[in-house]
Design a protein around this ligand. Structure first.
Ligand SMILES: [Mn+2]
Length: 336
């Protein structure tokens, strides 16, 4: 681990905890297209704020229901779309998100109205969105950073805070399978599971609760799969028609990239989803190949091993472009 926090970081955990202690009303917001870490890290802190008697609301960037697979987290039912939030909080908390571009207009105006603002995150970026920022790209999840703040705030953190932080960590490490599963992540996990909850229930909710439509979508994804001659990357896609054929929701496509990633020899997996007038692209690396560089080149972002982007192209054009970019990416080889 060479670098811990980013240059955008301008506050310690303790300074952030102090700003939180002084506030009385809070809005917590994650990124668009929330995942388990995004929801888990917000809710972990939300439960702590509630335990401290603070007024706190978790807002969703878009007015769409939470993916069904994430609603198991305690407090998820109380999250509201940002545009329905009324008022101006003392503190805006951007959690698992470092840039305004990923929180949407409604949350941006809450942020602008807040007396002060804090980012706790593990995505690197060149922008500082909030007054106070703690951003550690080496952290496996945002939730274990949030957990450190929770422990500074609460002498006895509520079990829900630990549960949600653990769920975020399991989500962002793929159940401790990805390269970000480092000693810090395992230490946090071993501490979190001392709280009174069943760790296996998190795995069951995240990995063994797929919809039938989602499992059926693996068929077209496998059918479309393209693997390069060297067998080092796999690309596939599902079309709007594929989704309609099995009555799938957008969130049903999430686990498909794991089908590609599971192939032996594959270094990079690329899963694409056709939408109304764009194509959503997910990239994953199994070695040190930095897929976030490619994502950023095409207007997206993310981490070294997990990144995403949106192409405003028809699906055929998007496939051709990604094949060309992936050829170039795997030619450069992983960093040593
Ligand atoms: Mn995250």
């Amino acid at each position: 681990m060479l670098m811990a926090v980013t240059p955008q970081t301008n506050a310690t955990m303790e300074e952030i905890a102090q700003v939180i202690r002084e506030g009385s009303s809070f809005v917590l917001c994650g990124h668009v297209g929330p995942d388990a870490d995004c929801i888990g890290s917000q809710l972990s802190l939300w439960h702590a704020l509630k335990a401290l008697g603070k007024q706190a609301t978790c807002v969703l960037v878009k007015d769409v229901p939470l993916p069904a697979g994430l609603s198991f987290m305690p407090g998820a039912e109380e999250m509201i779309p940002a545009e329905r939030y009324q008022g101006t909080p003392d503190v805006f908390l951007g959690i698992d998100v470092p840039v305004r571009g990923r929180i949407g207009e409604a949350a941006c105006s809450i942020l602008d109205g807040a007396a002060t603002s804090i980012t706790i995150d593990h995505h690197s970026s060149n922008e500082r969105m909030c007054d106070y920022a703690y951003i550690d790209p080496d952290s496996a999840s945002a939730s274990i950073l949030v957990w450190e703040v929770v422990k500074l705030l609460c002498e006895n953190p509520p079990v829900e805070s630990a549960y949600c932080a653990y769920a975020g960590l399991v989500g962002d490490t793929g159940g401790f399978r990805y390269q970000n599963s480092d000693a810090v992540a395992f230490r946090a996990a071993s501490e979190l599971v001392t709280y009174d909850f069943d760790p296996a229930s998190v795995a069951s909710h995240l990995y063994q609760s797929r919809t039938l439509a989602s499992v059926k979508l693996a068929a077209p994804a496998i059918e479309h799969m393209v693997i390069n001659a060297e067998g080092t990357y796999a690309l596939s896609w599902v079309t709007i028609e594929d989704l309609q054929a099995v009555e799938a929701q957008e969130s049903d496509t999430e686990p498909l990239i794991d089908v590609l990633r599971s192939l032996a020899g594959i270094r990079v997996a690329c899963m694409m989803r056709e939408k109304e007038d764009e194509v959503r692209v997910s990239l994953r690396a199994k070695d040190d190949t930095d897929v976030s560089v490619l994502a950023r080149e095409l207007g997206g972002g993310g981490h070294c091993a997990a990144a995403g982007l949106t192409l405003h192209l028809p699906i055929d054009g998007a496939i051709a472009l990604m094949l060309e970019k992936l050829d170039a990416l795997v030619k450069t080889g992983p960093e040593d």
